[in-house]
Design a binder for this molecule. Structure first.
Ligand SMILES: Nc1ncnc2c1ncn2[C@@H]1O[C@H](COP(=O)(O)OP(=O)(O)OP(=O)(O)O)[C@@H](O)[C@H]1O
Ligand SMILES: [Mg+2]
Length: 280
């Protein structure tokens, strides 16, 4: 990891505001640098809460604490709501799982991408339109001038995902958080969208936090991988070392991946007692 990572997080915790139970996430420390970082773990392990904490977008009954959350030269843990609005969507952007739920059905594609831009920059309408068309081109949306006037229900799944990516990228964020960004897509489209995200991250030097259940995909795309279990980080390794992981939980996750080898066979079961939290 580089000496000054893009994001440095120390002892992040997500708790219920009533403080009734143990933290839902953490304490969890990690760095995000250049190249993609994968965040994996079974359902309910705390991946989305971690992502939401990084954007100060937790549900009202939860709150995040951290010793440090340094993003470039800025400390995120001390930002007020107004300051967060300037960071979120502009410097740190989020792509969610399913465009059918995340896009506003009443606004056209053009209006939704433009809205994201208008919130953060002062530009003339014509300049904004140029930027909207440019980002649509970057994410591979064809015939962008006609598409500007389309509504979400007129889009295919792959196109909807690209519109969400355009919204996330229109302000050229320094960090993109993608929470299961392609799980609603078929394999061909999934690889296209991921290749595109990686290519854009490379071209613009953008950090990428990729949350996924798909371990082979994470192994292929991510430089480092953080493995979560019941809110704790139980393993971290290089993406290309996932298949040789020594942690029993990571091994179990890897062995549970659906593949030609596992088809028709019972999936392995792991022993939770064998897992030790690794929050350092
Ligand atoms: N608002 C909330 N109040 C209380 N508990 C919550 C709340 N939101 C989530 N949780 C709990 O926190 C845990 C982590 O949830 P989270 O959504 O981060 O899981 P995840 O790893 O993203 O799972 P998935 O892979 O299914 O998306 C779960 O046990 C969930 O039930
Ligand atoms: Mg989730």
């Amino acid at each position: 990891m580089a000496e000054h990572p893009l994001l440095h997080v120390q002892q992040l915790e997500v708790r219920r505001r009533d403080n009734r139970e143990a933290p839902l996430v953490g304490p969890f420390s990690f760095d995000i640098g250049s190249g993609a970082t994968g965040l994996v773990g079974e359902s309910g392990s705390g991946k989305s809460l971690t992502a939401r904490a990084l954007l100060n977008l937790l549900p009202p009954n939860l709150q995040a604490h951290s010793r440090q959350m340094r993003f470039g030269d800025r400390e995120l843990s001390t930002l007020n709501n107004r300051e967060w609005q300037a960071v979120r969507g502009a410097e740190i952007a989020l792509v969610m799982q399913d465009p059918r739920h995340a896009l506003n059905p009443r606004l056209t594609v053009g209006e939704q991408i433009d809205e994201a831009l208008r919130l953060h920059v002062r530009m003339r309408t014509t300049q904004r339109l140029d930027r909207v068309l440019q980002v649509m081109d970057e994410v591979g949306l064809p015939q962008s001038r006609q598409l500007l006037k389309h509504y979400p229900h007129q889009l295919s799944g792959g196109m909807g995902q690209r519109v969400m990516l355009a919204i996330a990228l229109v302000n050229r964020p320094r960090l993109l958080i993608a929470d299961e960004p392609t799980s609603a897509l078929d394999t061909g489209l999934r690889n296209q969208v991921l290749d595109l995200m990686m290519q854009l991250a490379d071209t613009h030097g953008m950090g990428l936090l990729l949350i996924s259940h798909n371990l082979p995909l994470v192994a292929r795309y991510c430089k480092q991988v953080l493995v979560m279990y019941r809110g704790q980080c139980v393993d971290r390794c290089a993406g290309n070392a996932l298949d040789q992981a020594t942690s029993p939980y990571t091994q179990a996750l890897w062995n549970c991946r659906p593949s030609g080898h596992t088809f028709g066979h019972p999936l392995p079961v792991f022993d939770p007692e064998s897992i030790e939290a690794n929050a350092s």
